[in-house]
Design a protein around this ligand. Structure first.
Ligand code: FES
Length: 557
């Protein structure tokens, strides 16, 4: 299929994302900010808003979420503030709240990743009427994302496992709606959502929140340059569209996902120059963790061993105890610098950064569910009872949006929460459901033990954390630097709210998802105050950007 980008015809594969099409042509700069900085794909999952382009005259379209399903005319976006160009369709009268359609399922599941799908399946198996809403263009979430173009590659084991779960859910009578953004949550249980072309409300008896997590930012000089993207973004390009993020790639971060990405990109023909891991190399002193991992998930350990041996065979350098410290433009590509146990520079097309995740807990916090700051993880965790019930009546939560545990824990928790929510509305479990519930409880415990051992092994040396320079961008959306935040502190600002007022930090389209955690860490360092539940920005609805046009139209109109 042909599409047009800035007047030039490009070949696209039907079904892939616009970001995949453009990246495959070597196009990395998708828009220019107000200050003239270039931006491109960063998160690859609709969070950062850095990939905004104009599609067929409609501004502010996220290239990473737009599916190429027709010939389209695409232009670079001149500025992230082109919002004035959108609005209610001309001549249409404003709608009233009564005109917005309301759906009342017994169980609403927000998020169609492994955990959300497992919860939906379990609740349905128990006899509940279930509606799943998901922002992605197809169910599966980040872990079970499917190949968008079936003819470009045969699915691997992870794709196939996801396909089976998706098919089970769709075949069970669960209603799954993709491309739906749930942007508001209110008490008592009411959710506001938009799909392309309209808004609707959902008032379920029980709500299961399974919104997952997003990649943590790594604010170093140059982290906003086109070509610097998260490990998750690069993996999405490859796993959904078999498109490489670039030919010569450096991967830097913390955790095994970076090794998996290296293996996938090598298989696709990329020259992965190195995987730079922040944790020290695994030595004999980790024998206890290795034994725990082997006892609880031997297949995952085997995967890890395979990743390392494949990288070695392919000539990928594996560097431990070092971190990415800066990226600069260089000869049409990027020059990346690392420091720590080893200092080096690499000239590459693309730098992938994967330094862990942050929970997407905005809906839970908007509902007023209790959270606690976990100093070990450096993040808020959702307070839940042993069944996964949050502190607000009718709200259940599972997986990475509550506390980071990975896809396997999320899937097992999903089954447990789905059955528990169904029981609450009076459904009785069959003997088979009771067996599945017991199996899920055992799986959840086993995978939690695996995760604990894994992250002990991957614990990074905190002294490696980069002290950003004054001109390093903290807030990607509003282009606020560490220097500006420092100046605000020097002028007497003390809280995130005051810094926001002073600098506009956190007021952009990503709604502080990247700068919020960076500011919390920076404030703790600068002021000596400890991070706690109240140290960050409170979530504000809409928790996701929604177009005024969609907002002002009843769904289905
Ligand atoms: S790359 Fe598209 S929103 Fe982040």
């Amino acid at each position: 299929m042909k599409i047009e980008f800035e007047g030039e015809a490009l070949e696209a594969r039907p079904g892939e994302s616009l970001a995949a099409t453009l990246t495959a042509q070597g196009i990395r700069s998708f828009r220019t900010t107000e200050r003239g900085a270039e931006r491109g794909v960063f998160c690859g999952m609709g969070v950062c808003q850095d990939c905004l382009v104009e599609v067929d005259g409609k501004p502010n379209q996220r290239a990473c979420t737009v599916k190429v399903d027709r010939p389209m005319k695409v232009r670079r976006e001149g500025s992230g503030r082109a919002l004035a160009a959108s609005g209610p369709a001309a001549g249409r009268p404003p709608i009233t709240i009564e005109e917005i359609p309301v759906e009342r399922p017994q169980v609403l599941v927000v998020g169609a990743g492994p955990g959300g799908l497992a919860a939906a399946y379990a609740a349905r198996l128990a006899g509940a009427e279930v509606l799943v809403l998901d922002e992605g263009s197809a169910p599966g979430g980040q872990y079970f994302k499917q190949c968008s173009a079936a003819d470009v590659a045969s699915p691997d084991a992870q794709h196939q496992e996801g396909r089976r779960l998706i098919d089970d859910v769709l075949g069970s009578g669960v209603t799954v709606r993709s491309n739906v953004s749930v942007w508001g949550a209110f008490r008592p249980l009411e959710f506001a959502a938009t799909k392309p072309g309209g808004s609707f409300l959902v008032q379920p008896e029980q709500a299961i929140i399974a919104t997952g997590a997003f990649d943590r930012g790594w604010p170093v000089p140059g982290w906003t340059l086109p070509g610097v993207m998260t490990t998750g973004a690069a993996q999405t390009l490859w796993r959904t569209a078999r498109r490489l993020p670039g030919k010569r790639v450096l991967i830097a971060g913390n955790g095994p996902l970076n090794l998996q990405l290296a293996v996938e990109l090598v298989a696709g023909g990329a020259d992965v120059v190195a995987v730079v891991e922040a944790a020290p190399a695994v030595g004999v002193r980790r024998v206890r963790e290795i034994a725990a991992m082997l006892a609880n998930a031997p297949r995952l350990v085997a995967d890890g061993v395979r990743y390392i041996s494949t990288c070695r065979r392919a000539g990928v350098r594996l560097i431990n105890g070092s971190v990415l410290t800066s990226v600069t433009p260089h000869s049409g590509g990027l020059r990346a610098t690392i420091a720590g146990r080893e200092a080096a520079t690499f000239d590459v097309d693309v730098v992938c950064v994967g330094y862990g995740f942050h929970p997407s807990n905005e809906l839970l916090r908007a509902l007023g569910c209790e959270h606690a700051f976990d100093p070990e993880q450096g993040r808020l965790v959702t307070v839940r009872d042993t069944r996964g019930k949050a502190s607000v009546d009718g709200v259940w939560a599972l997986g990475d949006c509550t506390t980071l545990g990975g896809a396997r824990v999320g899937q097992a928790e999903g089954t447990l929460v789905g059955f528990a929510a169904a029981r609450t509305i009076g459904c009785a479990l069959s003997a088979e459901a009771v067996r599945l519930e017991a199996q899920a409880a055992a799986d959840a415990a086993r995978h939690r033990r695996f995760q604990r051992a894994l992250w002990q092994m991957y614990r990074m040396d905190e002294s490696l954390r980069v002290r950003p320079t004054g001109d390093t961008v903290m807030c990607r959306c509003e282009e606020v630097t560490y220097g500006q935040v420092e100046a605000a502190l020097a002028e007497g600002a003390t809280s995130p709210g005051e810094i926001k007022q002073e600098t506009r930090l956190g007021m952009g389209l990503c709604q502080a998802r990247y700068c919020g955690p960076a500011l919390e860490t920076f404030l703790a360092e600068q002021t000596g105050r400890s991070q706690d539940e109240t140290s960050g920005f409170a979530p504000r609805v809409p928790v996701k950007p929604v177009s005024v046009d969609d907002l002002s139209s009843p769904a289905g109109a």
